[in-house]
Design a protein around this ligand. Structure first.
Ligand code: SAM
Length: 324
């Protein structure tokens, strides 16, 4: 879920960085581009599409020279794939009310998207990144986005944090390492010519078992924070095992059940986005369809960007009132 410089990218997506500007001003900077109404109309340079699913997000032709504009160089726009904008949008934190953790933060696309949604509210985001190199990337990205007052960056393993030390946190993003199989150009799923098909499938299965076990552990840790009401889990994988499979393991977990967590319904998770989760993974559940509808998916290229998955866990705590 890094910046995609692949020539095959069907659309180059970028969002307004609300810390530095607003969409009206930005559109004035891009007034030389003709507005179109769908991504299918982005067949050449010279046009811009204002997305209908993610506010303040735009699509242009990949050959449009975005990185040489002042808007890009000065951090007024941030290049981010559309589906990669789903998690922060689903969490939808309220400025001045919510404090959130981004558990797996580098390079910082979703962290800075959260800061944009939180109107850069002072100290409202805590970001964790354990990797020695990637920690520098996120520091640079947060600085360029103008989010230093809002985002506190910790170079640490999120699973080593003590939930009791974060009583003020109300929401979380968990976007852990995954197979990356939704990102085009990654060789992960391509066949290794030195091994046969069965062997390749076996290797893939072994890797998916390890990855999904790590993904369950890290989301379970997020679900154990005392005042958190919403946790959004996402991957850039196309594999059920890392997506609905992780959701299934978590909702079957006794501790998670005891803590009151449920999978959010479609009405709270980008309801207008048409591509939803795979119900067959929840086979045997009487609400299998509803669980799958609560998940969002994006297919690589077909849906205008990378392959992606997101789901939201939510719960009510004592003192919460239902405002529906
Ligand atoms: N959310 C990021 C974005 O949108 O820019 C992309 C995150 S990338 C898929 C996963 C990141 O999580 C990697 O940088 C990895 O080093 C980090 N990570 C994995 N396990 C972690 C852990 N236990 N604690 C903190 N960071 C972790």
């Amino acid at each position: 879920d890094e910046l995609i410089e692949d020539d095959d990218t069907p659309v180059r997506w970028f969002r307004t960085n609300l810390i530095k500007t607003n969409t009206d001003s930005l559109l004035r900077e891009f007034s030389h581009l003709r507005k179109v109404n769908s991504i299918d109309e982005i067949t050449n340079t010279g046009v811009i599409y204002h997305d209908e699913f993610i506010p303040n997000l735009f699509g242009i032709h990949p050959r449009e020279k975005l990185t040489s504009t002042d808007a890009y160089k000065q951090g007024r726009v941030i290049i981010q794939d559309r589906a990669s904008c789903f998690p922060a949008q689903i969490l939808n934190p309220i400025p001045g009310k919510d404090k959130v953790i981004d558990a797996c933060a580098a390079p910082g696309n979703k962290t800075t998207h959260l800061a944009s949604l939180l109107k850069n509210f002072k100290r409202s985001i805590v970001a964790f990144e354990r990797d020695n190199k990637r920690i520098n990337t996120i520091k640079m990205m947060v600085e360029k986005a103008g989010g230093l007052d809002c985002i506190t960056i910790h170079h640490a393993d999120f699973t080593s944090t003590r939930p009791q030390d974060f009583k003020e946190i109300t929401g979380m993003l968990v976007d852990p390492s995954c197979s990356g199989s939704g990102i085009f150009g990654r060789a992960f799923d391509e066949q290794d010519s030195t091994i046969d098909e069965d062997e390749a499938r076996e290797k893939l299965n072994e890797r998916l078992v390890k990855l999904s076990s790590f993904q369950c552990t890290i989301v379970k840790h997020a679900l154990s924070f005392p005042n958190v009401r919403k946790v959004v889990y996402s991957t850039c994988s196309i594999h059920d095992e890392e997506n609905e499979g992780v959701v299934k393991q978590l909702i079957e977990d006794e501790e998670v059940k005891k803590q009151g967590w449920k999978v959010s319904k479609r009405e709270n998770v980008l309801p207008a986005w048409p591509r939803r989760g795979h119900p067959e993974v929840f086979k045997g559940y009487e609400n299998a369809k509803e669980l799958a509808e609560g998940c969002v998916r994006s297919l690589p290229k077909v849906d205008g960007g990378i392959g992606f998955f997101a789901v939201c866990f939510e719960r009510k705590l004592d003192g919460d009132y239902d405002d529906n």
